[in-house]
Design a protein around this ligand. Structure first.
Ligand code: NAP
Length: 246
């Protein structure tokens, strides 16, 4: 079973289908109409680690690949617990974190709460590039103007009195993100350190415009085997035990 919701998980599903493995891809159900995949899918939570362990047993799952987002902390913790409980092997397909390069102006926040604390400033125009499930944290800083970029229109309005929503699912590039930051007269970008290519254009644009980035560091993940390429996961599936550990 692939725990998905990322570009990497999608690429893995493609390889797994080509290799003719019996697989199931699990979505949390956050995206309204996800693109079709070449493997069967299921949608929705399992009911915590216990629910996942039950699902693993009932469905005869033999391998779990945690290809969720680096900030999907709860799912990753549950996957690790359920795999210990059931004795099913687990591997995480993840992406290296972004690191600053010359010209970047990054201020680090160890977590979301610290990022909110750091915004106790004069009103600013902020690109809040962090995903709608955590917008609520920033309700504690209502004086800023927030630019929000979403894949789907929100079902309920974000609890931020002064915001503007842009609907776009990417891919994003330097040119379009530079234009976005300029058109909205953005003074600060708040970003999670997601890593990967899909979302890094905003950081390149920030560097080009000399804008600061409040970078939220990744949450701690459970101890597990981690790889960063689909190829390594495929090798693990065919020759478990040869993987690189962390
Ligand atoms: P999370 O906080 O770690 O998980 C919250 C709950 O959502 C989990 O306890 C689980 O419910 C359910 N869940 C999460 N991922 C699931 C999956 N792949 N299949 C089935 N249930 C899942 O997760 P999140 O940060 O909200 O992320 C949700 C999804 O969005 C994940 O698939 C993730 O890869 C994707 N995503 C997240 C981010 C991000 O920044 N967090 C960005 C892009 C994509 P139960 O406890 O009931 O099992």
């Amino acid at each position: 079973m692939i725990l998905g919701g990322t570009t990497e998980a999608r690429a893995l599903a493609q390889s797994v289908a080509e290799a003719d493995f019996a697989a199931i891809y699990s979505y949390a159900g956050r995206t309204v109409s996800p693109e079709p995949l070449p493997v069967p899918t299921r949608i929705g939570g399992f009911g915590g680690a216990e629910g996942l362990a039950r699902y693993i047993r009932d469905s005869g799952i033999t391998h779990i690949i945690d290809a969720t987002h680096p900030f999907a902390r709860i799912m990753s913790r549950n996957a690790a617990l359920a795999c210990v409980e059931t004795g099913v092997p687990l591997i995480a397909l993840t992406r290296p974190a972004w690191t600053p390069v010359n010209g970047d102006i990054w201020v680090h926040a160890p977590d979301m709460e610290s990022a909110v604390d750091a915004l106790d400033t004069e009103p600013q125009r902020i690109f809040l590039a962090i995903g709608r499930n955590v917008f609520g944290h920033f309700a504690a800083r209502p004086k800023h103007n927030y630019l929000l970029r979403l894949v789907d229109p929100p079902r309920t309005l974000p609890p931020l009195p002064d915001h503007h929503i842009v609907l776009d699912k990417g891919p994003f590039d330097l040119e379009s993100d530079t234009a976005l930051l300029q058109n909205h007269r953005i003074g600060l970008i708040v970003s999670k350190n997601s890593g990967g290519e899909g979302a890094r254009a905003k950081l390149d644009a920030a560097r080009a415009l000399g804008l600061p980035v409040l970078m939220i560091d990744r949450p701690e993940m459970p101890e597990r085997v981690e790889v960063t390429s689909v190829r390594e996961v495929m090798a693990w599936l065919t020759h478990p035990g040869t993987e690189r550990g962390v």
